[in-house]
Design a protein around this ligand. Structure first.
Ligand SMILES: Nc1nc2c(c(=O)[nH]1)N[C@H]1C(S)=C(S)[C@@H](COP(=O)(O)OP(=O)(O)OC[C@H]3O[C@@H](n4cnc5c(=O)[nH]c(N)nc54)[C@H](O)[C@@H]3O)O[C@H]1N2
Ligand SMILES: Nc1nc2c(c(=O)[nH]1)N[C@H]1C(S)=C(S)[C@@H](COP(=O)(O)OP(=O)(O)OC[C@H]3O[C@@H](n4cnc5c(=O)[nH]c(N)nc54)[C@H](O)[C@@H]3O)O[C@H]1N2
Ligand code: SF4
Ligand SMILES: [Mo]
Length: 761
């Protein structure tokens, strides 16, 4: 029996754990309380023992023998050599005929799988091959947490310093289900008296135990952020010094154009109260008494121009949302909003975290701007107890963006429509991929190589998605299991499960001590069947595509050495310390005092010029989405503790497996429709229908329902098979800046299924 110190790589929590191996089999998984993320494990970690041996695993390369669209693909076993040869040949042919951009790549999420083990190599393959088109998950997952805040902070949002924060806002994140290690930190902080505000339509996780739970109508988060900001500003409960000296709040905006006033030398202007005159904006951090409100006539070569400080314009926008109006729009009682503002104003240092609940909306960019500006008012960014940018292990990035040939980046699908969006980094959306395949717009995509992902279960418009996959000239998919997506592949590659391969985790996120740990996760057993890791697949393909040099001639040890080199660590040192090596990293607070923020102005950007330059509002602006006739209920969704997205259903097959996903309804909503708990219902939207089973939840607003997503297997229904797929209810709406797809806040209707049908088998 061997016990191996490791971490569970199945989700962002990366919980420290210990694997027990007996006679070449994984027999037990246990928490490792000595690890910064190792106090608890969830059921997904324990399921490893069964998943490894699951009869449905893909264990050899396969090719289809029946035409696409057939109910049975007629999978035939082939050798790795044939699978690799077929794939590399198709890739070369597509590149030769239509350019490398006609070959798209796809990869599942590193936050809800262990694909991070090989992900940088997958991106490197796409880049070296010359394709700027990789469908990833960022636009439905982390964009508005990690990249969109660059518009305001010049960075991501950092991490709450849980141990020192006075008041935490959890906004559209439910760590009790999705990030156990973070939930542990919050629990501890609660015990020492940290105050907690939770913004969530559902009473789940910490919402049940928060000081203030703001039960928001899905998709109205921006309005709430503005309303809270209005409370802070109008009560003088904001960090005026921070705004004055380190934000663009004092920059003057012209009344006529709505743009920054530029002085003859091109610099931005501020009104200096001490001198009662206009001055060129000094470097960020320069102290002074600069106007944050007022109307100033500034003499210019073209005559006098009336201006206002950007902060005043922002404050006016916020004032559009007094408590009563905000309550009406968000569905949250005015008193609750006032209570939350009171906590923010009095219980600092304030920190916040928001994630998927904020990322799947068609106004997500404006929403994140509003939230980040609300946070800027607290002045706590990178301050003790605020959202801190902890020091991280310096590792080498091997995504190889520099390998992408000149001119290819500009061909990324969607980059012309959304120049500030993910396509700028080569990350395209499934919607753009489907369009390029089906309509050949703006050009044809003919091939796809996908490393996991299950687009037809996790993205809008699966009907169109399936047509697109079937229309591809060549499609190879790499996975552990068959899925909605694998059905239409030409070639399937069997992928080694995370316990059968190596992975590297540099930093465990939740505090400085966790961030300082670098851990090499070794394989705890050899791969079943002929499975190989994603990284091995990439390296094999690279060799057949003539890209050996870009891939270190396949020398895995040299690769790891190269990645680790900047940290001073070696593969040998990591292998000798399976529990991980802790680097001597220390937190430095308020780093902006030395070097400003990484925005164009070096300041927190109140008025976003970058948005204005692409025709988007530079200050947060929201429109109300009115229900279409016949679809009165707002539908949202959330992650479940025992699964990630469409995965882990295999673990439930033999147990208490649900045949239908659930939809949660307020008892009054159910009663009005004659629906009883446990009954089968049809959920319809203007885009499709989903079969689900009703569950009553009296804590919901009567205008909101929420449902399970990620179910793609068909269920028995009136006309044979029925979709139970949430994704089929979603339409084309997406955020105009990021392309973030609307997966939450879709108007729908729920109706009982005629009683002649039974779903209780
Ligand atoms: N309605 C709704 N839709 C959502 C969300 C939501 O909250 N609501 N969440 C969105 C979010 S945040 C995300 S990140 C996406 C996720 O979107 P996807 O990545 O499409 O979703 P998964 O269902 O996790 O699909 C993972 C697939 O990859 C396989 N896989 C897992 N690990 C590996 C690996 O290491 N290598 C390989 N080759 N394959 C692997 C799994 O077996 C599975 O088939 O879904 C989004 N979709
Ligand atoms: N168990 C489990 N863990 C996971 C995953 C998983 O699938 N399962 N996936 C991983 C991945 S890829 C990700 S991205 C993270 C995401 O982790 P989270 O962000 O915690 O994920 P969600 O449950 O999708 O959304 C969080 C909360 O947002 C709420 N919400 C829904 N609509 C709205 C809205 O309009 N406004 C607001 N304010 N809140 C709303 C939901 O009710 C939910 O409680 O989790 C990771 N960890
Ligand atoms: S929360 Fe569960 S799945 Fe995620 S890392 Fe921890 S044990 Fe693994
Ligand atoms: Mo995600």
């Amino acid at each position: 029996m061997t016990r191996i110190s490791s971490y569970c790589p199945l989700c962002i929590s990366r919980c420290g754990c210990i694997y027990t191996v007996e006679d070449g089999e994984l027999t037990a998984v246990a928490p490792n309380p000595d690890h910064p993320t190792g106090k608890h494990l969830c059921s997904k970690a324990y399921a490893a023992v069964d998943l490894l041996k699951h009869p449905d695993r893909i264990l050899t390369p396969l090719k289809r023998s029946n035409p696409k669209g057939s109910a049975d693909p007629g999978w035939q076993r082939i050798s790795w050599d044939e699978a690799l040869h077929t794939t590399a040949t198709a890739m070369r042919r597509i590149a030769a005929q239509d350019g490398p951009e006609a070959m798209a790549f796809c990869v599942t999420t590193p936050s809800g799988t262990a694909v991070a083990d090989g992900m940088q190599w997958i991106f490197r393959l796409a880049n070296a091959f010359g394709s700027p088109n990789t469908v990833w998950t960022t636009h439905v997952c982390n964009w508005h947490r990690d990249i969109a805040p660059q518009l305001t902070f010049g960075s991501d949002i950092g991490m709450p310093e849980f141990a020192a924060t006075g008041c935490l806002m959890l906004w559209g994140i439910n760590p009790s289900a999705t990030w156990l290690a973070m939930a542990g930190q919050i629990e501890q902080a609660r015990q020492r008296g940290m105050r907690l505000i939770v913004v969530d339509p559902r009473s789940a996780g910490f919402a049940r135990r928060a000081d203030v739970w703001l039960r928001i109508r899905p998709g109205t988060d921006g309005v709430l952020a503005m309303a809270l900001a209005h409370q802070l500003i109008s009560n003088g409960r904001y960090d005026r010094e921070f705004i004055m000296h380190t934000s663009t709040g004092a920059f003057l905006v012209q009344e006529d154009t709505g743009q920054f006033l530029l002085l003859p030398d091109g610099s931005k202007a501020m009104w200096d109260e001490s001198r009662a005159s206009v001055i060129a904006a000094p470097p960020p951090g320069t102290l002074g008494n600069f106007a944050l409100s007022g109307r100033f006539e500034v003499a210019t070569p073209d005559g006098p121009v009336a201006c206002h400080p950007a902060f005043e314009l922002f404050a006016q926008r916020c004032a559009d949302y007094p408590l009563a109006r905000a309550a009406q729009l968000t569905g949250i009682p005015a008193a609750r909003i006032a209570e939350a503002a009171e906590l923010l104003g009095s219980q600092g240092p304030v920190s916040f975290y928001g994630w998927a609940g904020l990322n799947q909306h068609d106004q997500a960019t404006q929403t994140s701007r509003a939230l980040h500006l609300l946070y800027a008012l607290t002045g706590c960014l990178d301050a003790p107890g605020g959202n801190v940018f902890f020091s991280k292990p310096p590792l080498r990035n091997v995504m190889g963006r520099d390998l992408l040939p000149a001119g290819q980046a500009a061909k990324a699908l969607g980059v012309a429509e959304r120049p500030l969006g993910p396509a700028r980094h080569g990350w395209i959306s499934e919607a753009d991929l489907y369009q390029a395949i089906l309509q050949q717009q703006p050009y044809a995509v003919r091939g796809l190589l996908s490393f996991g992902a299950n687009l037809l279960a996790t993205r809008a418009n699966p009907q169109q998605g399936q047509e697109a996959l079937q229309a591809l000239g060549f499609f190879a998919h790499a996975d552990f299991f068959h899925s909605a997506m694998s059905r239409d592949a030409d070639i399937l590659f069997p992928i080694a499960m995370p316990w059968e391969r190596e992975g590297l985790q540099a930093g465990f996120f939740i505090d400085q001590a966790a961030e300082a740990r670098v851990q090499l996760r070794t394989a705890v057993l050899p791969p079943h069947g002929e499975a190989r890791s994603d990284a091995e697949l990439v390296f094999e393909l690279a060799a057949r595509l003539g890209l050996q040099t870009e891939f270190f001639d396949g020398d895995a040890q040299a690769v790891l050495r190269h990645v680790l080199e900047p940290s001073g660590l070696t593969p040998e040192a990591l292998r000798a310390a399976p529990e991980g090596v802790v680097l001597p990293l220390h937190t430095r607070y308020r780093k902006y005092l030395d070097k400003g923020f990484a925005t164009p102005s070096g300041r927190v950007e109140i008025h976003a010029e970058a948005l204005q330059a692409i025709g988007q509002p530079p200050l947060p602006e929201f429109r109300d989405a009115l229900p279409p006739e016949g679809f009165p209920l707002l539908l949202t969704c959330a992650k479940l503790p025992d699964r990630c997205h469409s995965q882990h259903q295999q673990a439930h097959r033999t147990g208490r497996g649900e045949r239908l996903p659930l939809i949660m309804l307020h008892p009054d909503v159910a009663a009005e429709r004659g629906i009883a708990e446990g009954e089968a219902v049809n959920v319809t939207s203007p885009y499709g229908t989903m079969r689900a089973r009703a569950k009553l939840d009296a804590n919901l607003d009567t205008g909101t329902v929420w449902a399970h997503y990620g179910w793609w297997q068909a269920v028995p229904g009136e006309a044979g098979e029925m979709a139970a797929n949430y994704a089929g209810l979603m339409g084309p709406a997406s955020d105009p800046v990021s392309g973030s797809a609307l997966l939450r806040g879709q108007y729908c209707q729920v109706a009982k299924v005629p009683s002649t049908l039974s779903f209780n088998e």
